[in-house]
Structure formats: C-alpha cells, structure tokens
Design a protein around this ligand. Sequence first.
Ligand code: ZN
Length: 313
Amino acid sequence: MKILGLHHITAMAGDVAANVAFYTRVLGLRLIKRTVNFDDPSTYHLYFGDTVGTPGSALTFFYWEQPRGRPGSGQATATAWSVPADSADFWRARLTAHDVAFTEETRFGETVLHFADPDGLGLEIVATAEPDARRPWTHPEIPVAHGLRGFHSVTLTHADSGRTARLLTGAMGYRETARAATAGGETRVRHAVAAGGPGSYVDLVAAPSASRGSPGAGTVHHVAFRVADDADELAAQAEWRAAGLQVSPQMDRNYFHSIYAREPGGVLFEIATDTPGFAIDETVDSLGTKLLLPAHFEPHRAAIEANLVPLPA
Ligand code: ZN
C-alpha cells in the first residue's frame, strides 16, 4: 500500500462561530473550504489548513447539535501540529494570551503542548527539530517562522493496540520508529510511513485501563491517510479487503476520492487521494470565501444557505 502520510483529520464540533474563531484567529489556520456535510446539507463542513490545504494540513469539522462526546479508547485522542523546535515559547505565550489552558511534556525528546479546542477536542503542538519544509498560512500575529506547518502526528488510544499496530505495520506499510512509557504509565509507540518525519506519524497509546470513548462534539470522526491517486487508492482498497476489513466503495468527495474502513481498534480510517485538491472549484486566493456545493446540491442552494448560520468574518 503506497500510503504517503496523513491526509486530513475530521472532527465534530458544536458551535460553528466559536470553532471558526479558534482555528483561524488563535491557531492561525486558513479556512480553506466552506461546504456542507454531503450526508446532511443543513450543516456545514469546514476545512482549515495551510494556504492551499496541502494534504497533511487539513483539519475539518462536522457541526452537530448534540451532546459532547467522551474521549477514550477506540478513538483518535490527539491531533498534533509541527512547529520548529524554538517555537515552543511563542506558543506558550500565544495560548496564554488567548486564555487557552495547556499542559506540556517532553515526548521523544521534543516539547509537546497539550490543549483543547472550544468543544474539548484534544490538540497538540510539537516543537520538533526534525526537518519540515512545509510553509504555514500567514496570520498577521503569527510570524511564518512559528506558524503551524501541518500535522505532526495523530495519537490513537486503545485498551490494546495490538491489532491496530498489525494493520499499520502490515497492510498499510508503517514501521515502528520509537516507543516510550507515558507519564501515565501507558505505552506510546510511534509509527512512520514513506519518507517519515512530521506529517507521517501515527502514535499508538496502549491504555489498558482507559474507558471506551463515545462519539460527539469534541471527538475525532475519522483519520484520513494520503495516497497519490486513484490507482494507488484502488490498490489500497484491495489490500484492506485482503487484510479482512470491511471497506467502502470509492467515493467522490469533490476535492479528493475516498475509501473508508473501521480499523480493528474502532477508529474510522479513510484513504484519500492527493488529487484533485481544493483549488478545483475556486482560486487559491479566494479559497474558503464562499459556500461551495457539489453539483447535485446546487439546485437547492438558496434553501441550503438559508439554513446555515453566517460565519464570523
Ligand atoms: Zn475525510
């Protein structure tokens, strides 16, 4: 399977305005696409990322008025961004200035800041000395040298990580690169794929005493992995099936093509193509500035727009 790294992560949020303000104003991501949930066009599906939504930079949200979920085993419990090693002080100061509570730890020799979004979604900033040439979106208060460059890693928590590790290191082509005990006495095992480095990592935390998470606002809906194109995705579909997973048909998500399968530990995985990308239906300069709908929803645009709350500027 030719997995290239993380593609996007999709989570669930409650209040749209608070969510948009947090990711664009506090974290300095670009709102790169505003569309609707293709399965429920009465709600937004918003994408935040770098200038063009480079695969490996996009965190996306579904908005559902529902009780908060509960983080726990069987979930992706942390989404981490990469910043340079000397950017930890900048982010300590910025999170403090915005009243975002955080804790920190040293993980595999690097400073990791932990915090949560307005819905309680677990987030991290990893100040890493590893090479990472990706350029962040420009935000007036965040020097490019300190901006979020894209994902560093995602952490999956399971009571027993064994079957998930075998899927990653078997069919999906990952390799274990590091392991350590966590402060809580659990085991964290880092996996990399392809060229490795920030944007490729999947950390598996084995937490035997963790209670099972439940879905809802503040939890991750699915984790998407990158492949280059349709040919690699269809090959991956066959390999997932051969590994015993129930795999969806290929779906057209306008900006990429996708297949889905639930991994044995309970996290919904997606494989998404790098092509065609987010500039297919608007220019790079205007990304995220208007509501974009797939063709089959266009005849209903007026009714759909009337149902959606305005977004903060
Ligand atoms: Zn997705």
